[in-house]
Design a binder for this molecule. Sequence first.
Ligand SMILES: [Zn+2]
Length: 272
Amino acid sequence: MRRIVRSIISTAMLLIVASSAQAGNVDRLYVIDCGWAHAADQSLWSPGVNAGEPIDLSNNCYLIHHSSQGYLLWDTGITDRLAAIPNGQYVPPTRQTWHRSQTLIAALAAIGVRPADVRYVGISHFHPDHIGNVDEFSEATVIMQRVEWNYAMQLPQKPFNPDHKAQLIEGDRDLFGDGTILFISTPGHTPGHQSLLLRLPKTGPLLLTGDAVHFQSNWDNRRVPAFNTDRDNTIASMQRIADFLAKEQAELWINHDKPSSEARRHAPEFYE
Ligand SMILES: [Zn+2]
């Protein structure tokens, strides 16, 4: 009997040791400049408001280091090829010109990270300013909503290699089961758009929007871009985000909002 008790106790202790070895936190979050755009008419994003007014949009990638699980890259920005084109690339449907002042790969190298070090690439949605460099991370697992993947991969021009290793999720997902990195389903901009909630030990909880909202005044007024897939879903997703912010006391990081992006520390500095 005593032996059985002893064996139960030692098994329990092993389990405790194993689970504490698994536990970890997000110990570094790098904000990486992944391009920027100059758009001729911001009312494309805010129908009827500021017609004919130009706007500059930031675009960041976010490199997240989890102490026991390694690197997750959230979005990959506009293609690195644009770094070699000084005048950028004009995109007729949205009358914007995209630029890149550096490549993502060079920005990662500058902080000592190679593409092979990135285990996961989380993608908010399939638009070119977010998936431009997915194929640079051929060994990583892409994490996308299944709806988004299915929609994007039936298009004549695939956003990236359809044979890429992928983890397709449906709804919300706590990536490592420890509450540190949570994918949140926020459809509307595209059919399976998602956002990311991070819980950092020192900075606190942050919510990275993807393109659930594009800039601050659109958030403040719940404005929906003319080209979004679904207006009602967009409004519902903004409300979901607002509910998360209230519940978590989280900070909202609007990816394309240039003034708030400029106020953030960029790599090589990081958030803990
Ligand atoms: Zn975008």
